[in-house]
Structures are given as structure tokens and as C-alpha cells.
Design a protein around this ligand. Structure first.
Ligand code: MG
Length: 241
């Protein structure tokens, strides 16, 4: 597994409240988190969640869906307890999209409206479901996906990490194939960058950091109204196979 990531404050916000877990050599897990809350509480929430997740995952020998879920639940617990103990960060929360690999298995754990995509054989597939009001309205057939993209309340999220003592965590497992690439990002990217641009960048011949620069650049050109975080997790098959 090779992971490349980039974050940018955007053109409007005073703080970057996104955080990411960029793995150390040999580690097979990563994450993107987009914090929310008054003052700098969002920054605290996303950073604390990422740190807690990293500490937990470093202690896991064999990664499973349950292990990944436990790591994210632990992050929820730490963020929630901190918000209860410190009035200045009361009510803080964060999205959390985590990915881990074990052999050919990929595990994803997800809360909120950051996203994980899979790029496979020239196609782009969104693996996570946004936990947002508009996504629920789309699922109920009340509005179309196209309407959701411009809906005035599209930023309202229905599930966050750290705002309640317990959180429901979506966990996905899939078997990877040679050439699989995962793309994790915060909504500051997806609000401004069409999916065809993500696919185009991911499948271009540029190196991974250049692809990230290109995508963050498009988000900035198209408004940069929020913090932008983008990450590629590239699956590498075992040696010689
Ligand atoms: Mg955001």
C-alpha cells in the first residue's frame, strides 16, 4: 500500500479543520477527517480522531472489519469525552473515512460526508454513502441526485463522529484486484470537482502527487469555499505477483 495525500485551506476559510492519517512506512491504514464546531473546535475534533485512530491501529496485528470499526469507535469515544470535559470545544465533531488493507482485503469504515472512491479498470465508484440530509432525501426518492448537488441544505450531515457517546459506523469489505486505487477526500473537494475530473486525474500518466495537485487546483479554481483534502491509497500486490 502506498498513500499520497494533500490538504489545502481553500480560499475562504481562516483555518484548515480537515485532518488526515498518512501512514508511516509499513503501515497499511489511512484516514481523512473533516472537523466541525465553533472557534477551532473542528480542528481539535478531526486531529484528535485521527491521532486516536492511528494509535489504535498501530496496535492491531491482523486487520479485520471489526478491528477497524473498534478503532473508529475509540476515536468517537475520545472526541466525545473531550468535548464533555472542555466547554470551549463542546459539541465538536468530525467526519471520518478510514481505509485499511490486509492481504487482498480492503476494509473501509465511514461516518459523515467525506468520501471513499474506488478506481478500477478505468471506472470510478463511490464506495461510501454520504450521511447527509440530501442523501437521505435522494434515497427516499424525494429529490434527484442532480437536485441534491445544488440543494441549499446539502451541507447538513446526519451522522458525525464525536457528537454522541455512540455512533453508527458503516463498514465495508472488498477483495482488491491488481491496479486498484482508492481515493479519499473531504467535501471541500467533491463540492467543487466533478467525478469525471477525479477519474481523469486518477487514470492520467502524471505521478500521484501531480494528480493530487491537479485535483486540489480544480477545487480552488471552482471556488475553494471549504478546506480541501485528497488522498490516494494505491494497492500493491505482493512481490512478483
Ligand atoms: Mg468540509
Amino acid at each position: 500500500m502506498k498513500v499520497y495525500s494533500m490538504t489545502d485551506i481553500g480560499r475562504v476559510r481562516q483555518l484548515n479543520e480537515d485532518s488526515r492519517y498518512q501512514p508511516q512506512p509499513g503501515e497499511r491504514f489511512c484516514a481523512v477527517a473533516d472537523g466541525m464546531g465553533g472557534h477551532n473546535a473542528g480542528e481539535v475534533a478531526s486531529a484528535l480522531a485521527v491521532e486516536t485512530y492511528g494509535n489504535y491501529m498501530r496496535g492491531v496485528n491482523h486487520i479485520t472489519g471489526d478491528a477497524l470499526r473498534a478503532a473508529v469507535a475509540q476515536a468517537n469515544d475520545v472526541v466525545y469525552r473531550t468535548s464533555q470535559e472542555s466547554p470551549e470545544v463542546s459539541g465538536m465533531g468530525t467526519t471520518f473515512s478510514a481505509l485499511a488493507m490486509e492481504g487482498k482485503q480492503c476494509f473501509i469504515a465511514h461516518v459523515g460526508d467525506s468520501r471513499v472512491y474506488l478506481v478500477r479498470r478505468g471506472t470510478l465508484m463511490q464506495l461510501t454513502l454520504d450521511h447527509t440530509l440530501v442523501e437521505e432525501m435522494v434515497l427516499k426518492g424525494l429529490i434527484t441526485a442532480r437536485e441534491a448537488r445544488v440543494h441549499p441544505r446539502r451541507n447538513i450531515i446526519t451522522r458525525a463522529l464525536g457528537t454522541e457517546p455512540r455512533v453508527e459506523i458503516d463498514v465495508i469489505q472488498l477483495e482488491m484486484r491488481a491496479g486498484d486505487v482508492f481515493f479519499l477526500c473531504s467535501d471541500g473537494l467533491t463540492n467543487h470537482v466533478p467525478e469525471r475530473e477525479i477519474l481523469r486525474a486518477a487514470t492520467s500518466r502524471a505521478d500521484w502527487n501531480e494528480k493530487l495537485r491537479r485535483l486540489v487546483g480544480v477545487a480552488l479554481e471552482n471556488g475553494g469555499s471549504d478546506n480541501i483534502t485528497a488522498m490516494f491509497a494505491v494497492y500493491e500486490e505482493a512481490n512478483g505477483r
